[in-house]
Write a protein that binds this ligand. Sequence first.
Ligand code: UDX
Ligand code: ADP
Length: 464
Amino acid sequence: MKVKNICCIGAGYVGGPTMAIIAQKSPEINVTVVDINEKRIAAWNDPDVEKIPIYEPGLAEVVAEARGRNLFFSTDVDAAIDAADMIFISVNTPTKTYGMGKGMAADLKYIELCARQIARVAKNDKIIVEKSTLPVRTAEALKRILDNTGNGVNFQILSNPEFLAEGTAVTDLHKPDRVLIGGDLDTEAGREAIQALVDVYGHWVSDDNILTTNVWSSELSKLTANAFLAQRVSSINAMSELCEVTEADVQEVAKAIGMDSRIGPKFLKASVGFGGSCFQKDILNLVYIAKSFGLNEVADYWEQVILMNDHQKRRFAAKIVKTLFNTVSGKKIALLGWAFKKDTNDTRESAAIYVADYLLNEQAEIVVYDPKVTKEQILADLDYLGTRSEEENRKLITVVNSAQEACKAAHAVAVMTEWDAFKTLDWEAIYEGMLKPAFLFDGRRLLDKEALTALGFEFYAIGS
Ligand code: UDX
Ligand code: ADP
Protein backbone atom coordinates (compact mmCIF):
# COMPACT_ATOMS: atom_id res chain seq x y z
CA MET A 1 0.00 0.00 0.00
CA LYS A 2 1.11 3.56 -0.69
CA VAL A 3 0.72 6.07 2.11
CA LYS A 4 -0.86 9.35 0.96
CA ASN A 5 -1.91 11.03 4.20
CA ILE A 6 0.03 11.00 7.42
CA CYS A 7 -1.25 12.39 10.69
CA CYS A 8 1.01 12.90 13.69
CA ILE A 9 -0.56 13.41 17.11
CA GLY A 10 1.77 15.58 19.21
CA ALA A 11 3.67 18.61 17.86
CA GLY A 12 6.57 18.45 20.31
CA TYR A 13 10.32 17.93 20.12
CA VAL A 14 9.88 14.55 18.45
CA GLY A 15 6.72 14.93 16.35
CA GLY A 16 7.50 18.40 14.98
CA PRO A 17 11.02 17.81 13.56
CA THR A 18 10.31 14.21 12.44
CA MET A 19 7.22 15.19 10.45
CA ALA A 20 8.93 18.25 8.99
CA ILE A 21 11.64 16.00 7.51
CA ILE A 22 9.18 13.35 6.28
CA ALA A 23 7.23 16.14 4.52
CA GLN A 24 10.38 17.72 3.12
CA LYS A 25 11.58 14.41 1.66
CA SER A 26 8.20 13.05 0.50
CA PRO A 27 6.43 15.82 -1.43
CA GLU A 28 3.59 13.52 -2.56
CA ILE A 29 2.58 12.67 1.03
CA ASN A 30 0.42 15.12 2.97
CA VAL A 31 1.60 15.39 6.55
CA THR A 32 -0.62 16.97 9.21
CA VAL A 33 0.72 17.47 12.71
CA VAL A 34 -1.97 17.97 15.33
CA ASP A 35 -1.86 18.96 18.98
CA ILE A 36 -4.38 19.94 21.63
CA ASN A 37 -2.07 22.78 22.68
CA GLU A 38 -3.43 25.72 20.66
CA LYS A 39 -0.55 28.02 21.52
CA ARG A 40 1.96 25.48 20.26
CA ILE A 41 0.12 24.97 16.96
CA ALA A 42 -0.21 28.74 16.50
CA ALA A 43 3.55 29.04 16.95
CA TRP A 44 4.19 26.29 14.37
CA ASN A 45 2.00 28.30 11.98
CA ASP A 46 3.62 31.66 12.76
CA PRO A 47 4.30 33.48 9.46
CA ASP A 48 7.79 34.23 10.83
CA VAL A 49 9.32 30.78 10.60
CA GLU A 50 11.97 31.69 13.19
CA LYS A 51 9.15 31.73 15.77
CA ILE A 52 8.30 28.02 15.59
CA PRO A 53 8.12 26.69 19.16
CA ILE A 54 11.20 24.49 19.00
CA TYR A 55 14.70 25.77 18.54
CA GLU A 56 16.70 23.28 16.47
CA PRO A 57 19.50 24.29 14.09
CA GLY A 58 18.26 24.00 10.47
CA LEU A 59 14.64 23.23 11.37
CA ALA A 60 13.18 26.63 10.46
CA GLU A 61 14.51 26.21 6.89
CA VAL A 62 12.90 22.77 6.53
CA VAL A 63 9.56 24.07 7.84
CA ALA A 64 9.77 27.06 5.49
CA GLU A 65 10.23 24.70 2.56
CA ALA A 66 7.39 22.26 3.33
CA ARG A 67 4.80 24.20 5.36
CA GLY A 68 1.66 24.94 3.36
CA ARG A 69 2.88 22.62 0.57
CA ASN A 70 2.45 19.22 2.19
CA LEU A 71 3.15 20.01 5.84
CA PHE A 72 0.30 21.33 7.97
CA PHE A 73 -0.15 22.09 11.67
CA SER A 74 -3.65 21.98 13.14
CA THR A 75 -5.68 21.58 16.31
CA ASP A 76 -8.39 19.63 14.49
CA VAL A 77 -7.30 16.21 15.71
CA ASP A 78 -10.44 14.35 14.58
CA ALA A 79 -10.23 15.61 10.99
CA ALA A 80 -6.56 14.66 10.69
CA ILE A 81 -7.19 11.18 12.13
CA ASP A 82 -10.09 10.65 9.75
CA ALA A 83 -8.07 11.64 6.67
CA ALA A 84 -4.92 9.68 7.51
CA ASP A 85 -3.90 6.20 6.39
CA MET A 86 -0.93 6.28 8.76
CA ILE A 87 -1.02 7.87 12.25
CA PHE A 88 2.09 8.55 14.30
CA ILE A 89 1.55 8.85 18.05
CA SER A 90 4.09 11.31 19.35
CA VAL A 91 2.63 12.52 22.60
CA ASN A 92 4.52 12.87 25.84
CA THR A 93 4.99 9.91 28.18
CA PRO A 94 6.33 11.51 31.37
CA THR A 95 7.25 9.56 34.50
CA LYS A 96 4.15 9.01 36.66
CA THR A 97 3.83 11.53 39.48
CA TYR A 98 1.05 9.69 41.33
CA GLY A 99 -0.24 6.27 42.32
CA MET A 100 1.18 2.92 41.32
CA GLY A 101 4.66 3.19 39.81
CA LYS A 102 4.93 6.81 40.94
CA GLY A 103 8.36 8.26 40.14
CA MET A 104 9.25 5.30 37.92
CA ALA A 105 6.70 3.99 35.46
CA ALA A 106 5.79 5.93 32.32
CA ASP A 107 2.44 7.67 32.47
CA LEU A 108 0.54 6.30 29.51
CA LYS A 109 -2.63 8.31 29.94
CA TYR A 110 -1.89 10.55 26.92
CA ILE A 111 -1.22 7.50 24.75
CA GLU A 112 -4.43 5.84 25.88
CA LEU A 113 -6.43 9.00 25.20
CA CYS A 114 -5.01 9.05 21.67
CA ALA A 115 -5.91 5.40 21.11
CA ARG A 116 -9.47 5.98 22.28
CA GLN A 117 -9.79 9.03 20.06
CA ILE A 118 -8.50 7.11 17.03
CA ALA A 119 -10.87 4.26 17.82
CA ARG A 120 -13.80 6.66 17.98
CA VAL A 121 -13.02 8.59 14.82
CA ALA A 122 -11.55 6.01 12.41
CA LYS A 123 -13.82 4.84 9.59
CA ASN A 124 -11.25 2.99 7.46
CA ASP A 125 -8.19 0.77 8.10
CA LYS A 126 -5.15 2.54 9.49
CA ILE A 127 -1.54 1.94 10.41
CA ILE A 128 -0.70 3.25 13.87
CA VAL A 129 2.93 4.07 14.55
CA GLU A 130 4.26 4.41 18.11
CA LYS A 131 6.83 7.16 18.02
CA SER A 132 6.89 8.12 21.70
CA THR A 133 9.20 6.07 23.89
CA LEU A 134 7.05 3.48 25.52
CA PRO A 135 7.39 0.62 27.94
CA VAL A 136 7.72 -2.76 26.30
CA ARG A 137 4.37 -4.28 25.31
CA THR A 138 2.53 -0.96 25.07
CA ALA A 139 1.64 -1.90 21.50
CA GLU A 140 -0.41 -4.74 22.94
CA ALA A 141 -2.44 -2.35 25.08
CA LEU A 142 -2.92 -0.03 22.12
CA LYS A 143 -4.12 -2.92 19.99
CA ARG A 144 -6.63 -4.05 22.56
CA ILE A 145 -8.17 -0.59 22.83
CA LEU A 146 -8.26 -0.15 19.05
CA ASP A 147 -9.59 -3.62 18.29
CA ASN A 148 -12.49 -3.23 20.66
CA THR A 149 -14.18 -0.40 18.82
CA GLY A 150 -16.67 -2.68 17.16
CA ASN A 151 -16.78 -0.65 13.94
CA GLY A 152 -14.90 -3.21 11.88
CA VAL A 153 -11.83 -1.08 11.23
CA ASN A 154 -8.48 -2.92 11.08
CA PHE A 155 -5.44 -1.44 12.77
CA GLN A 156 -1.84 -2.46 12.32
CA ILE A 157 0.46 -1.29 15.10
CA LEU A 158 4.10 -0.50 14.39
CA SER A 159 6.82 0.60 16.75
CA ASN A 160 9.19 3.14 15.22
CA PRO A 161 11.26 4.66 18.02
CA GLU A 162 12.95 7.97 17.40
CA PHE A 163 16.69 8.17 17.96
CA LEU A 164 17.21 11.84 17.15
CA ALA A 165 19.08 13.89 19.73
CA GLU A 166 17.94 17.42 20.39
CA GLY A 167 20.24 20.11 19.06
CA THR A 168 21.17 17.87 16.12
CA ALA A 169 17.66 16.67 15.21
CA VAL A 170 17.76 17.79 11.58
CA THR A 171 21.06 16.08 10.75
CA ASP A 172 20.08 13.02 12.79
CA LEU A 173 16.84 12.75 10.82
CA HIS A 174 18.51 13.40 7.46
CA LYS A 175 21.22 10.82 8.10
CA PRO A 176 20.01 8.35 10.71
CA ASP A 177 22.44 5.64 11.87
CA ARG A 178 19.44 3.37 11.49
CA VAL A 179 15.67 3.50 11.30
CA LEU A 180 14.04 0.84 13.45
CA ILE A 181 10.60 -0.51 12.58
CA GLY A 182 8.92 -3.16 14.70
CA GLY A 183 5.76 -4.87 13.51
CA ASP A 184 3.86 -8.09 13.16
CA LEU A 185 6.23 -10.10 10.95
CA ASP A 186 4.04 -13.20 11.17
CA THR A 187 1.07 -11.97 9.12
CA GLU A 188 0.68 -10.67 5.59
CA ALA A 189 -1.10 -7.51 6.84
CA GLY A 190 1.67 -6.91 9.38
CA ARG A 191 4.39 -7.22 6.74
CA GLU A 192 2.47 -4.87 4.42
CA ALA A 193 2.22 -2.23 7.14
CA ILE A 194 5.95 -2.51 7.84
CA GLN A 195 6.68 -2.13 4.12
CA ALA A 196 4.46 0.96 3.92
CA LEU A 197 6.56 2.66 6.59
CA VAL A 198 9.82 1.40 5.05
CA ASP A 199 8.68 3.10 1.81
CA VAL A 200 8.12 6.41 3.61
CA TYR A 201 11.69 6.39 4.98
CA GLY A 202 12.89 4.96 1.67
CA HIS A 203 12.50 8.47 0.21
CA TRP A 204 15.86 9.33 1.76
CA VAL A 205 17.20 6.43 3.85
CA SER A 206 18.87 3.46 2.17
CA ASP A 207 17.47 -0.04 2.75
CA ASP A 208 20.64 -1.10 4.56
CA ASN A 209 19.91 1.40 7.29
CA ILE A 210 16.30 0.34 7.85
CA LEU A 211 15.98 -2.46 10.36
CA THR A 212 12.79 -4.44 10.85
CA THR A 213 12.10 -6.48 13.99
CA ASN A 214 9.18 -7.71 16.00
CA VAL A 215 7.35 -5.03 17.99
CA TRP A 216 8.76 -5.97 21.38
CA SER A 217 12.38 -5.94 20.23
CA SER A 218 11.84 -2.51 18.74
CA GLU A 219 10.28 -1.12 21.92
CA LEU A 220 12.98 -2.60 24.13
CA SER A 221 15.79 -1.45 21.79
CA LYS A 222 14.86 2.15 22.36
CA LEU A 223 15.02 1.83 26.16
CA THR A 224 18.26 -0.13 25.86
CA ALA A 225 19.90 2.45 23.58
CA ASN A 226 19.12 5.28 25.97
CA ALA A 227 20.18 3.24 29.01
CA PHE A 228 23.56 2.43 27.39
CA LEU A 229 24.16 6.06 26.37
CA ALA A 230 23.26 7.38 29.82
CA GLN A 231 25.39 4.69 31.41
CA ARG A 232 28.45 5.96 29.53
CA VAL A 233 27.86 9.47 30.86
CA SER A 234 27.40 8.22 34.42
CA SER A 235 30.51 6.04 34.07
CA ILE A 236 32.72 8.93 33.00
CA ASN A 237 31.12 11.18 35.62
CA ALA A 238 31.98 8.61 38.30
CA MET A 239 35.57 8.77 37.07
CA SER A 240 35.47 12.58 37.14
CA GLU A 241 35.06 12.49 40.91
CA LEU A 242 37.97 10.11 41.26
CA CYS A 243 40.07 12.33 39.00
CA GLU A 244 39.39 15.31 41.23
CA VAL A 245 40.98 13.63 44.25
CA THR A 246 43.95 12.22 42.32
CA GLU A 247 46.34 13.75 39.83
CA ALA A 248 44.34 12.41 36.89
CA ASP A 249 42.37 14.52 34.44
CA VAL A 250 39.07 13.12 33.18
CA GLN A 251 39.50 14.55 29.69
CA GLU A 252 42.82 12.77 29.32
CA VAL A 253 41.32 9.56 30.66
CA ALA A 254 38.37 9.85 28.25
CA LYS A 255 40.71 10.37 25.32
CA ALA A 256 42.89 7.45 26.30
CA ILE A 257 40.03 5.00 26.66
CA GLY A 258 38.09 6.40 23.69
CA MET A 259 40.91 5.51 21.31
CA ASP A 260 40.24 1.87 22.08
CA SER A 261 38.01 1.00 19.13
CA ARG A 262 35.99 -1.32 21.36
CA ILE A 263 35.03 1.64 23.55
CA GLY A 264 34.97 4.52 21.04
CA PRO A 265 35.24 8.26 21.71
CA LYS A 266 31.59 9.38 21.88
CA PHE A 267 29.50 10.08 24.99
CA LEU A 268 32.53 10.27 27.26
CA LYS A 269 32.25 13.93 28.13
CA ALA A 270 32.17 14.47 31.88
CA SER A 271 29.53 16.99 32.85
CA VAL A 272 27.41 18.33 35.68
CA GLY A 273 25.00 15.50 34.85
CA PHE A 274 22.84 14.38 31.97
CA GLY A 275 19.40 15.85 31.45
CA GLY A 276 16.78 15.77 28.72
CA SER A 277 13.39 14.19 28.43
CA CYS A 278 14.60 10.67 27.70
CA PHE A 279 17.52 9.29 29.68
CA GLN A 280 16.13 9.44 33.19
CA LYS A 281 12.59 8.62 32.17
CA ASP A 282 13.59 5.63 30.06
CA ILE A 283 15.92 4.16 32.67
CA LEU A 284 13.31 4.55 35.41
CA ASN A 285 10.94 2.83 33.08
CA LEU A 286 13.41 0.01 32.51
CA VAL A 287 13.93 -0.33 36.25
CA TYR A 288 10.19 -0.47 36.81
CA ILE A 289 9.69 -3.12 34.14
CA ALA A 290 12.56 -5.25 35.52
CA LYS A 291 11.15 -4.99 39.05
CA SER A 292 7.68 -5.89 37.88
CA PHE A 293 9.12 -9.15 36.53
CA GLY A 294 10.96 -9.72 39.83
CA LEU A 295 14.37 -9.06 38.22
CA ASN A 296 15.76 -7.09 41.15
CA GLU A 297 19.45 -7.36 40.20
CA VAL A 298 18.71 -6.05 36.72
CA ALA A 299 16.67 -3.20 38.20
CA ASP A 300 19.37 -2.26 40.73
CA TYR A 301 22.07 -2.37 38.08
CA TRP A 302 20.37 0.24 35.89
CA GLU A 303 19.09 2.34 38.77
CA GLN A 304 22.69 3.04 39.72
CA VAL A 305 23.07 5.09 36.50
CA ILE A 306 20.41 7.49 37.81
CA LEU A 307 21.80 7.55 41.36
CA MET A 308 25.23 8.47 39.97
CA ASN A 309 23.66 11.26 37.91
CA ASP A 310 21.80 12.68 40.93
CA HIS A 311 25.04 12.54 42.89
CA GLN A 312 26.92 14.43 40.17
CA LYS A 313 24.42 17.32 40.17
CA ARG A 314 24.43 17.55 43.98
CA ARG A 315 28.20 17.27 44.15
CA PHE A 316 28.66 20.18 41.73
CA ALA A 317 26.34 22.41 43.75
CA ALA A 318 27.99 21.37 47.00
CA LYS A 319 31.40 22.16 45.51
CA ILE A 320 30.23 25.73 44.87
CA VAL A 321 29.04 26.12 48.47
CA LYS A 322 32.22 24.63 49.97
CA THR A 323 34.49 26.72 47.77
CA LEU A 324 32.67 29.92 48.67
CA PHE A 325 33.80 29.51 52.29
CA ASN A 326 30.95 27.15 53.16
CA THR A 327 28.18 29.63 52.62
CA VAL A 328 26.39 31.16 49.66
CA SER A 329 23.69 32.82 51.74
CA GLY A 330 22.94 36.24 50.22
CA LYS A 331 25.66 35.72 47.60
CA LYS A 332 25.01 36.30 43.94
CA ILE A 333 25.71 33.30 41.75
CA ALA A 334 25.43 33.53 37.96
CA LEU A 335 24.34 30.45 36.06
CA LEU A 336 25.31 30.49 32.38
CA GLY A 337 22.94 28.22 30.51
CA TRP A 338 19.67 26.57 31.55
CA ALA A 339 18.93 24.20 28.62
CA PHE A 340 19.90 20.54 29.21
CA LYS A 341 22.46 20.77 26.38
CA LYS A 342 23.49 23.31 23.75
CA ASP A 343 21.49 24.15 20.62
CA THR A 344 18.08 23.46 22.13
CA ASN A 345 15.56 25.48 24.12
CA ASP A 346 14.41 22.30 25.91
CA THR A 347 14.99 22.34 29.66
CA ARG A 348 13.41 19.06 30.74
CA GLU A 349 15.47 17.43 33.52
CA SER A 350 18.25 19.95 32.94
CA ALA A 351 21.01 19.77 35.56
CA ALA A 352 20.75 23.55 35.93
CA ILE A 353 17.31 23.20 37.54
CA TYR A 354 18.63 20.95 40.31
CA VAL A 355 21.81 22.93 40.90
CA ALA A 356 19.78 26.14 41.15
CA ASP A 357 17.33 24.49 43.55
CA TYR A 358 20.17 23.28 45.78
CA LEU A 359 21.78 26.73 45.83
CA LEU A 360 18.44 28.40 46.55
CA ASN A 361 18.06 26.12 49.57
CA GLU A 362 21.41 27.54 50.69
CA GLN A 363 19.85 31.02 50.34
CA ALA A 364 21.89 32.08 47.32
CA GLU A 365 20.64 34.73 44.91
CA ILE A 366 20.63 33.20 41.46
CA VAL A 367 20.95 35.08 38.18
CA VAL A 368 20.43 33.09 35.00
CA TYR A 369 21.26 33.72 31.37
CA ASP A 370 20.48 31.29 28.57
CA PRO A 371 20.49 32.36 24.91
CA LYS A 372 17.33 30.37 24.05
CA VAL A 373 15.35 29.73 27.22
CA THR A 374 12.68 32.18 28.38
CA LYS A 375 12.23 33.54 31.88
CA GLU A 376 8.76 31.95 32.05
CA GLN A 377 10.26 28.52 31.37
CA ILE A 378 13.00 28.92 33.98
CA LEU A 379 10.49 29.92 36.65
CA ALA A 380 8.08 27.15 35.61
CA ASP A 381 10.89 24.57 35.93
CA LEU A 382 11.62 25.66 39.50
CA ASP A 383 7.95 25.94 40.45
CA TYR A 384 7.42 22.38 39.17
CA LEU A 385 9.87 21.03 41.78
CA GLY A 386 7.62 22.45 44.49
CA THR A 387 10.54 23.09 46.84
CA ARG A 388 9.32 26.59 47.79
CA SER A 389 6.49 28.95 46.93
CA GLU A 390 6.21 30.60 43.52
CA GLU A 391 6.64 33.99 45.19
CA GLU A 392 9.91 32.91 46.78
CA ASN A 393 11.25 31.59 43.48
CA ARG A 394 10.49 34.94 41.87
CA LYS A 395 12.19 36.80 44.70
CA LEU A 396 15.38 34.74 44.59
CA ILE A 397 15.84 34.21 40.83
CA THR A 398 16.60 36.87 38.25
CA VAL A 399 16.72 36.12 34.53
CA VAL A 400 18.73 38.49 32.35
CA ASN A 401 19.48 38.99 28.66
CA SER A 402 23.25 38.64 28.51
CA ALA A 403 26.06 36.71 30.14
CA GLN A 404 27.85 39.95 30.93
CA GLU A 405 24.85 41.25 32.86
CA ALA A 406 24.42 37.95 34.72
CA CYS A 407 28.01 37.99 35.96
CA LYS A 408 28.07 41.62 37.09
CA ALA A 409 28.94 41.86 40.80
CA ALA A 410 28.62 38.07 41.16
CA HIS A 411 30.55 36.09 43.75
CA ALA A 412 30.70 33.10 41.42
CA VAL A 413 29.83 32.03 37.89
CA ALA A 414 28.85 28.48 36.92
CA VAL A 415 28.70 27.20 33.33
CA MET A 416 25.70 24.88 33.15
CA THR A 417 25.19 24.45 29.39
CA GLU A 418 27.95 24.14 26.80
CA TRP A 419 26.70 26.91 24.48
CA ASP A 420 29.52 27.73 22.00
CA ALA A 421 29.03 31.45 22.60
CA PHE A 422 30.21 31.07 26.23
CA LYS A 423 33.70 30.17 25.01
CA THR A 424 34.23 33.55 23.38
CA LEU A 425 32.70 35.83 26.01
CA ASP A 426 34.81 38.79 27.09
CA TRP A 427 36.05 36.95 30.17
CA GLU A 428 38.45 39.73 31.06
CA ALA A 429 35.58 42.21 31.37
CA ILE A 430 33.52 39.63 33.29
CA TYR A 431 36.40 39.17 35.72
CA GLU A 432 36.70 42.93 36.22
CA GLY A 433 33.00 43.21 37.06
CA MET A 434 32.92 40.37 39.63
CA LEU A 435 33.57 40.37 43.37
CA LYS A 436 36.98 38.98 44.33
CA PRO A 437 38.07 36.30 44.62
CA ALA A 438 36.17 35.64 41.38
CA PHE A 439 35.11 31.98 41.32
CA LEU A 440 34.36 30.20 38.05
CA PHE A 441 32.88 26.68 38.00
CA ASP A 442 32.90 24.92 34.64
CA GLY A 443 30.25 22.20 34.70
CA ARG A 444 30.87 21.35 31.07
CA ARG A 445 34.65 21.41 30.59
CA LEU A 446 33.99 24.17 28.09
CA LEU A 447 36.52 26.84 29.01
CA ASP A 448 40.29 27.18 28.79
CA LYS A 449 41.54 26.71 32.32
CA GLU A 450 44.99 28.21 31.75
CA ALA A 451 43.73 31.37 30.06
CA LEU A 452 41.08 31.98 32.71
CA THR A 453 43.40 31.31 35.62
CA ALA A 454 45.83 33.78 34.03
CA LEU A 455 43.06 36.41 34.05
CA GLY A 456 42.75 35.90 37.80
CA PHE A 457 39.79 33.53 38.12
CA GLU A 458 39.69 30.85 40.81
CA PHE A 459 38.85 28.09 38.35
CA TYR A 460 37.23 24.72 38.97
CA ALA A 461 36.30 22.25 36.22
CA ILE A 462 34.54 18.91 36.62
CA GLY A 463 37.08 16.12 36.64
CA SER A 464 40.39 17.81 37.27
C1 UDX B 1 18.89 11.21 23.77
C2 UDX B 1 19.45 10.15 22.81
O1 UDX B 1 20.78 10.51 22.43
C3 UDX B 1 18.56 10.05 21.59
O2 UDX B 1 19.01 9.02 20.73
C4 UDX B 1 17.13 9.76 22.04
O3 UDX B 1 16.27 9.76 20.92
C5 UDX B 1 16.65 10.80 23.04
O4 UDX B 1 17.56 10.90 24.13
P1 UDX B 1 18.91 13.87 23.88
O5 UDX B 1 18.41 13.68 25.26
O6 UDX B 1 18.19 14.80 22.96
O7 UDX B 1 18.96 12.46 23.11
O8 UDX B 1 20.43 14.39 23.93
P2 UDX B 1 21.85 13.66 24.18
O9 UDX B 1 22.79 14.24 23.21
O10 UDX B 1 21.75 12.20 24.21
O11 UDX B 1 22.27 14.21 25.61
C6 UDX B 1 21.61 13.83 26.81
C7 UDX B 1 22.28 14.45 28.01
O12 UDX B 1 23.55 13.85 28.25
C8 UDX B 1 22.54 15.95 27.87
O13 UDX B 1 22.26 16.59 29.08
C9 UDX B 1 24.02 16.01 27.55
O14 UDX B 1 24.60 17.23 27.93
C10 UDX B 1 24.54 14.85 28.37
N1 UDX B 1 25.82 14.30 27.88
C11 UDX B 1 25.87 13.69 26.67
C12 UDX B 1 26.96 14.39 28.67
O15 UDX B 1 26.93 14.92 29.77
N2 UDX B 1 28.13 13.85 28.21
C13 UDX B 1 28.23 13.24 26.98
O16 UDX B 1 29.33 12.78 26.63
C14 UDX B 1 27.06 13.17 26.18
P1 ADP C 1 8.30 14.92 22.96
O1 ADP C 1 9.64 15.41 23.40
O2 ADP C 1 8.10 13.44 23.21
O3 ADP C 1 7.96 15.31 21.56
P2 ADP C 1 6.57 17.05 23.96
O4 ADP C 1 6.03 17.25 25.34
O5 ADP C 1 7.51 18.06 23.39
O6 ADP C 1 7.21 15.58 23.95
O7 ADP C 1 5.35 16.92 22.93
C1 ADP C 1 4.22 16.15 23.11
C2 ADP C 1 3.00 16.92 22.61
O8 ADP C 1 1.87 16.04 22.59
C3 ADP C 1 2.59 18.12 23.45
O9 ADP C 1 2.64 19.30 22.66
C4 ADP C 1 1.15 17.79 23.90
O10 ADP C 1 0.30 18.92 23.92
C5 ADP C 1 0.70 16.81 22.83
N1 ADP C 1 -0.40 15.93 23.25
C6 ADP C 1 -0.52 15.20 24.38
N2 ADP C 1 -1.67 14.49 24.38
C7 ADP C 1 -2.33 14.79 23.24
C8 ADP C 1 -3.58 14.36 22.65
N3 ADP C 1 -4.38 13.50 23.26
N4 ADP C 1 -3.92 14.88 21.45
C9 ADP C 1 -3.10 15.76 20.81
N5 ADP C 1 -1.91 16.18 21.30
C10 ADP C 1 -1.52 15.71 22.50
